[in-house]
Each structure stands twice: as structure tokens, then as C-alpha cells.
Design a protein around this ligand. Structure first.
Ligand code: HEC
Ligand code: HEC
Length: 196
């Protein structure tokens, strides 16, 4: 219950501070160099499967996730120090910076597997993934870009939603992946990671 109250307060605060026009990508580049580049890369194109790619990620999504990390709601040890005492203005600036970078497919991309592609596409269609993430999976506002993300990270994070280990801004994603098998998740991750 306490978590629910905290989350509501965080989101109310975030909603107030979200006029994107105020975000300064130049200031964001300074924050990124100091706090993010070592892991995510200055170009936002991490080549480590466990570290998500941020280039071209939606600014609204980055902003909200940074607040969830900073407040200890989405609990990821690696993201504790980078978000500690980071002001809302700097959160929005660094989000604007990474959102402004062009995305590209990861270099560790696995070879395209026709059977996995077909299975992933069928599950995505049945579960309306493209309604929220858009048909090209580039995302919108607080709904993340999935295209050009690491396949292994997509599978890891969907498994966390399914098993209740990732707390997001709401429970929509827990519902979206409910009841999927590990093989279903692997097929979805493969399909999403191989969009152009
Ligand atoms: C010590 C390495 C490290 C540093 C430094 C770091 N991150 Fe991360 N970040 C990670 C890891 C690992 C994850 C994946 C967490 C998970 O498994 O869910 C992550 C996740 C994220 C996510 C969630 C992305 C998604 O697709 O779910 C965002 C946004 C993010 N980081 C932004 C930043 C920003 C902005 C900075 C600098 C202010 C930063 N990170 C600094 C390691 C780091
Ligand atoms: C009702 C809208 C909605 C639907 C339907 C939906 N999503 Fe999402 N998705 C979201 C939102 C919002 C988030 C961010 C939630 C959070 O705060 O963790 C998200 C997050 C994700 C993430 C995490 C990405 C990252 O970088 O951290 C993945 C992967 C994902 N969705 C895949 C899917 C798949 C696959 C489906 C279909 C099975 C799907 N989504 C259906 C809204 C939706």
C-alpha cells in the first residue's frame, strides 16, 4: 500500500515537471558524460547485452524510469549511484539528450530466425503490443522504443514483468505478458529486436 501511495506521489510530481520544451539536451550531454557514458556509452549504443541502449529512446520514458530508479521503486543496483541526488531538471535534460540521438541495431544482433519471427509476430498481434508501442515499436511518450534494443535485455525485462520483479509506472506491462512461457518471451524478444 505504501508503495502505491509513493508511486502516485512520484507520478504526480513527474506530471507537473514534464513540459518537454524546458529540457536542455546540451546540459544533458554534460550529465551523460559525468554519470552515464561509462555504461550506456556517450552515443547511447551500449554493446553489452545487460545494459539497455538509450539512443533514440523516448524522453518521457527515460524521465519516468530515472525517477523510479532515483526513488528506489524500480530497483536496479547499477542505477542507484547514477540517479542519486539528480535534480528533476537534470533528469529531463539527460532524457532529452539520449532521445535526440539516432538509434541503430545492436552489433551483437543474432541471425534472423524465420520461425521465431513468425511466432513473435503472432503473439504481438494477439496481445496488441503495437497499439501502445506503435506498429514500428518506436514507442511514444512514456511507452518505450523496443526497436534496436538488445534481444537479451528485452527477454530479461519481459521475464521480470511477468514474474512481478519489475515495478513500472503502472501494471499494464505485467498484464501484457501474463501467462507467456519462456519460449514465447524468447520469440517476442527476437521479433522485436529484428525490426528495421
Ligand atoms: C554502472 C553502470 C550504469 C551507469 C553508470 C548508468 N546506468 Fe543506466 N542502466 C544500467 C543497467 C545495468 C540497466 C539495466 C537495468 C535492468 O536490468 O533493468 C540500466 C537501465 C537504465 C534505464 C532503463 C532503460 C530501459 O530500457 O529499461 C535508463 C533510462 C537508464 N539506465 C539511464 C541511465 C542514465 C540517464 C544514466 C546517467 C545519469 C545511467 N543510466 C547510468 C547501468 C548503468
Ligand atoms: C497498454 C499499453 C501497452 C501494451 C499493450 C504493451 N505495452 Fe509494453 N510497455 C508499456 C509501458 C507504459 C511501458 C513502460 C512501463 C514501465 O514503467 O515499466 C512498457 C514497457 C515495455 C518493455 C520494457 C522496455 C524497456 O526498455 O525497458 C518491453 C520489453 C515491452 N513493454 C514489451 C511489450 C510487449 C512485447 C507487449 C505485447 C505482449 C507490450 N509491451 C504491450 C505499454 C504497453
Amino acid at each position: 500500500m505504501r508503495l502505491g501511495v509513493t508511486l502516485a506521489a512520484v507520478l504526480a510530481a513527474a506530471a507537473f515537471s514534464l513540459p518537454a520544451a524546458a529540457a536542455d539536451p546540451a546540459r544533458g550531454a554534460v550529465v551523460a558524460a559525468e554519470r552515464c557514458a561509462a555504461c550506456h556509452g556517450m552515443d547511447g549504443k551500449s554493446n553489452v547485452a545487460e545494459i539497455p541502449r538509450l539512443a533514440g529512446q523516448q524522453a518521457g520514458f527515460i524521465t519516468l524510469q530515472m525517477i523510479l530508479f532515483r526513488e528506489g521503486i524500480r530497483q536496479v543496483p547499477a542505477m542507484q549511484a547514477p540517479t542519486e541526488k539528480l535534480s528533476d531538471t537534470d533528469v529531463e535534460a539527460v532524457a532529452a539528450y539520449f532521445a535526440s540521438l539516432p538509434s541503430a541495431p545492436p552489433e551483437d544482433s543474432t541471425p534472423r530466425d524465420a520461425a521465431l519471427m513468425a511466432r513473435g509476430q503472432a503473439i504481438s498481434a494477439a496481445r496488441n503490443c503495437g497499439v501502445c508501442h506503435l506498429p514500428n515499436y518506436a514507442g511514444r511518450a512514456q511507452m518505450p522504443r523496443l526497436t534496436h534494443q538488445h534481444e537479451a535485455f528485452l527477454a530479461h525485462t519481459m521475464t521480470e514483468y511477468r514474474d512481478g520483479n519489475r515495478v513500472g509506472i503502472d501494471t499494464q506491462m505485467n498484464g501484457a505478458v501474463q501467462g507467456l512461457s519462456d519460449a514465447d518471451i524468447a520469440a517476442l524478444a527476437h521479433y522485436l529486436a529484428h525490426q528495421d
